[in-house]
Design a binder for this molecule. Structure first.
Ligand SMILES: [Zn+2]
Length: 454
């Protein structure tokens, strides 16, 4: 039996070696030439249907996940996959008091002209959405083990994280009884560090060095992976399978919504959340479960906004290459960019971005500070998927100032009673900023409260 989801590299089209010969297809075998190699799950819409039954996300949507396809490919069957999910669900409940279940989608009664819905991930495993990404990876690891393909001794796991991803990783590793090394920055919250150590993680604090660009935790993580650790990561280019589990968030939203959203606001750090969400919406459209995709709005803070900078750079190049007059900004610009007269030009520039990532997506030069510290990644790892999602849906990037970040946190909490932190409400900050400038009709909008306050 073959599943509906296969893997391929989105930069070079390479299809990974068969799982039975190479069971860890996390990165493209051709990576390392400056191109934006990314092994991503691809759903064949002719081989799947969007599920209408109820159930836990990794059960209900399993036919849309690569982890399930891997179980089928390696001979475990549907029953084998379900047994693994059930065992991990019980173990997670013991370790964290909860396994993966459908999270709430609630309407917030905000003093805005727009209908605002909030997907609440603050009570998810580990206290954020990050566990979804990693649970997809963990399911894959357990499938490989059950198929008898795991090396002995079992490779240890590694992750670089500033908090939520590390917590989720430690919970999952503990539940699966796997060794985990966590690279954390010097400003990680003491409560987070205590919890990580309590869960048995090997915590390694990594300091920035003067004059060295880039995130030191990522450098340490890559060194560990080079020495044989498995990337238990929430960055797509480091571990493409992280996009698989993340898609359950989008599938769930599609299944829960009473009517399609016109606009979705997503906070962007490394970019895997938005990338997974966009992919899930694409799949849902291809399966006929969603009539059209919402405008995809990405949100970053003034402190660190590499994705918005890349968007501006691309628009500048498109302007220089087209005879069509392009509006200055906002929906008008975004709609002109997806018009059939201009869209091929945009796509051509995106192809250049894929081939020469360092030129188009340079590392953000100045480390910044914000209450939304979880989205200060100086590199948007999954940038191309987000750029494409914006360019093809008529969305665009919003850069919010710190006052709006703080206002969104306090307003978000007081109106919804969801105990989210400023990173978790950063997408909503973008919604606030947009709402103040927007002059069109009221819209049906969605924001994601991704992480709980510590
Ligand atoms: Zn590739």
């Amino acid at each position: 039996m073959i599943g509906a989801v296969s893997l391929r590299c989105e930069a070079c089209g390479h299809v990974p070696t068969r799982l039975v010969d190479a069971p860890y297809p996390f990165v493209c075998e051709r990576a390392g030439d400056g191109a934006d190699h990314l092994v991503a799950p691809w759903l064949d819409p002719h081989r799947a249907v969007f599920p209408t039954d109820e159930g836990r996300p990794f059960v209900r949507h399993r036919h849309l996940l690569h982890a399930h396809a891997a179980a089928l490919t390696l001979g475990l069957g549907d029953a084998g996959y379900l047994a693994i999910e059930e065992r991990l669900h019980r173990a997670l409940t013991e370790v964290d008091g909860r396994g993966f279940v459908t999270t709430p989608l609630v309407r917030g009664d905000f003093p805005l002209p727009h209908e605002v819905w909030v997907k609440d991930e603050t009570n998810n495993v580990g206290g954020s959405h990050k566990g979804r990404h990693l649970f997809g990876v963990l399911l894959h690891l357990e499938v490989v083990r059950a198929a008898g393909l795991e090396p002995s001794p079992a490779p240890r796991l590694a992750i670089a994280s500033c908090g939520n991803a590390a917590l989720a990783a430690a919970v999952l590793a503990r539940a699966a009884n796997r060794a985990l090394a966590v690279m954390v920055p010097t400003d990680a919250h003491p409560n987070v560090l205590a919890r990580l150590r309590h869960l048995g993680a090997d915590v390694r604090v990594c300091a920035r060095e003067d004059g060295v660009l880039g995130d030191p935790t990522v450098a340490a993580f890559r060194a560990a992976v080079a020495e044989g650790a498995l990337p238990f990561a929430c960055q797509g280019p480091e571990c493409g399978l992280t996009l698989d589990g993340g898609k359950t968030l989008g599938f769930e939203i599609v299944a829960q919504q009473a009517a399609p959203f016109e606009r979705v606001f997503v906070q962007v750090g490394g970019g895997a959340l938005g990338s997974s969400l966009a992919r899930a919406f694409d799949d849902a459209v291809a399966l006929g479960a969603l009539p059209t995709r919402p405008r995809f709005m990405t949100v970053q803070t003034e402190a660190v906004a590499p994705l918005a900078a890349a968007y501006e750079r691309i628009v500048e190049v498109v302007r220089a290459r087209t005879f069509h007059p392009l509006p200055q900004r906002g929906d008008a610009l975004a709609d002109a960019l997806r018009d059939e007269a201009v869209a091929p030009l945009v796509e051509a520039v995106l192809a250049e971005v894929v081939v020469d990532r360092p030129h188009w997506l340079p590392i953000w030069p100045h480390p910044g500070h914000s209450a939304a510290h979880g989205i200060l990644d100086d590199e948007t790892y999954d940038a191309v998927a987000l750029l494409r999602a914006m360019f093809t849906t008529g969305g665009w990037p919003i850069v919010v100032d710190e006052a709006t970040v703080l206002e969104a946190e306090s307003l978000g909490r007081s109106v919804t009673s969801i105990d989210a932190d400023a990173t978790g409400t950063a997408g909503f900050a973008g919604l606030l900023a947009w709402s103040r400038a927007h002059q069109g009709a009221p819209e049906r909008t969605l924001a994601l409260f991704t992480g709980a306050r510590r």
